[in-house]
Design a binder for this molecule. Structure first.
Ligand SMILES: Cc1ncc(COP(=O)(O)O)c(C=O)c1O
Length: 443
């Protein structure tokens, strides 16, 4: 495992870059170029045959993007990373490199809706099979393994209900069966939770969310711990078997612990082209510089909001592990001491209240994103998870009365007042008078 010599807040600012070249620019330059001139023919031939490291064409690598890849790998404790145009591409590439042919994936039944679309529709069209399990009991994962299983996929904190996992127990089940575990760590980010420390083999991110942090750019990352044993050429022919594409060599023989990432870069980024631009990488790098600060502020806002919602008579249930009655309360304290990120959900007592509550809010924008500096709200059943069947929604714990919040960086008192004013219109709380007084004072 590659370790940054620093704690995360320092890594966020420094990893992967120190000023160099003629002008010593303090920030990472944006290499706005599609191609790179080769000094001579022999260098070009060596680079194109992947025998020498370097940049040939920005679809498979760019110096600005490379700094982001190194910084993300350092933050998660991986050996390297591949950046992608979106988080959706990161999830797809991470899995494509494992599921060659009619192979099988075991996946959590609590996943972002776009990932569910990928697994239940596109991957099925290409011959893969997927078994969905309730991720919270490791025995469910063990029971779903078949001889064709080539990966486990789960979210470290699930979208939208913020359910948690005992990742150490799940990775133990997977590794005993020779299966790598892919963890989508978008919600907590490495500032709060580092899946590789709990046994994850591959970490994916939508960098669109809290990593970039301002809702202004799309991006994704695949980070490899570099520790999974891909040496069985029968199970992993794409990594351990000889390939004409690599002059008859095996990726494992050529690249060792970076073989999986080279498969992603030299085959899938090259052949499919979901590449991150240098300008987007620059935005994400700027966002990452303040990641720890933003995650801590959003987390403290989340705790205030969860407490206020829990006490409100219009709310049936708050789905956040800081609530003492939540099923993951103990797990959160033990495995997620840094918090779980800026997302949580709550159920209204009556689903008919959803439209008027959403329309009444002044600070929570109705927008399908998370991890923004601004607070956002969605109705998953009608929006982000609208293509899930009734039974898939039920398995994911999402009802028609569930609303998801992505909590931003505003003042917590303002956020609580905005939500409580909307809820008081449905079912007045004891705090309604206080809210009215505050509004009068502010008027
Ligand atoms: C947990 C999670 N993973 C992946 C994605 C996909 O990322 P993107 O929208 O950047 O493609 C999302 C998007 O909401 C997400 O919430």
């Amino acid at each position: 495992m590659a370790h940054s010599p620093w704690r995360n807040a320092t890594t966020e600012v420094h990893a992967g870059y120190s000023p160099s070249g003629d002008h010593l620019p303090m920030t990472v330059p944006i290499y706005n170029t599609a191609a790179y001139e080769f000094p001579d023919y022999a260098t070009a031939a060596a680079l194109f045959s992947l025998k020498a490291p370097g940049f040939t064409y920005s679809r498979t690598g760019n110096p600005t993007v490379a700094v982001l890849e190194e910084r993300a790998a350092a933050l998660e404790g991986g050996v390297g990373a591949n950046a992608t145009a979106t988080g959706q591409a990161a999830v797809a590439l991470a899995l494509l490199a494992l599921l060659q042919g009619p192979n099988h994936l075991v996946a959590s039944n609590k996943l972002y809706g776009g990932t569910m679309d990928l697994l239940t529709d596109t991957f099925v069209d290409f011959g893969a099979t997927v078994s969905f399990v309730d991720p919270e009991d490791p025995a469910n994962w063990a029971a779903a393994i078949t001889p064709k299983t080539r990966g486990f996929l789960l979210e470290s904190v699930s979208n939208p209900l913020a359910t948690l996992v005992d990742l150490r127990a799940i990775t133990a089940v997977a590794h005993a069966a020779g299966i790598p575990v892919v963890v989508d760590n978008t919600l907590p980010t490495p500032a709060a939770y580092r899946p590789i420390e709990f046994g994850a083999d591959i970490v994916v991110h939508s960098a669109t969310k809290a990593l970039s942090g301002h809702g202004s750019v799309l991006g994704g990352l695949v980070i490899d711990a570099g520790t999974f044993d891909f040496s069985d050429a029968v199970r992993w022919p794409q990594i351990a078997g000889p390939k004409a594409r690599y002059g008859g060599d095996t990726l494992l023989g050529r690249y060792g612990a970076k073989a999986y990432l080279m498969l992603g870069r030299s085959k899938f980024l090259h052949d499919l082209g979901p590449t991150l631009s240098a300008a987007s990488a620059s935005s994400i790098l700027t966002g990452i510089e303040t990641l720890s600060l933003r995650v801590a502020k959003a987390q403290s806002n989340v705790l205030e909001l969860a407490k206020a919602l829990e006490a409100h008579p219009a709310v049936a249930r708050v789905h956040h592990p800081s609530i003492a009655t939540h099923q993951d309360f103990a797990l959160a304290k033990e495995h997620y001491p840094g918090g779980t990120g800026c997302i949580f959900s709550f159920d209204l007592k009556d689903p008919a209240w959803v439209p008027s509550l959403v329309d009444s809010l002044k600070l929570f924008a109705l927008a399908a994103n998370i991890g923004d500096a601004r607070s956002l709200i969605v109705h998953p059943a009608a929006m982000t998870h609208c293509r899930l069947s009734e039974s898939q929604l039920a398995a994911a714990g999402i009802s028609a009365a569930t609303l998801r919040l992505s909590v931003g960086l505003e003042d917590s008192g303002d956020l609580v007042a905005d939500l409580l004013a909307g809820l008081d219109a449905m079912a007045p709380s004891k705090g309604a008078a206080a809210t009215a007084v505050r509004q009068t004072v502010n008027a």
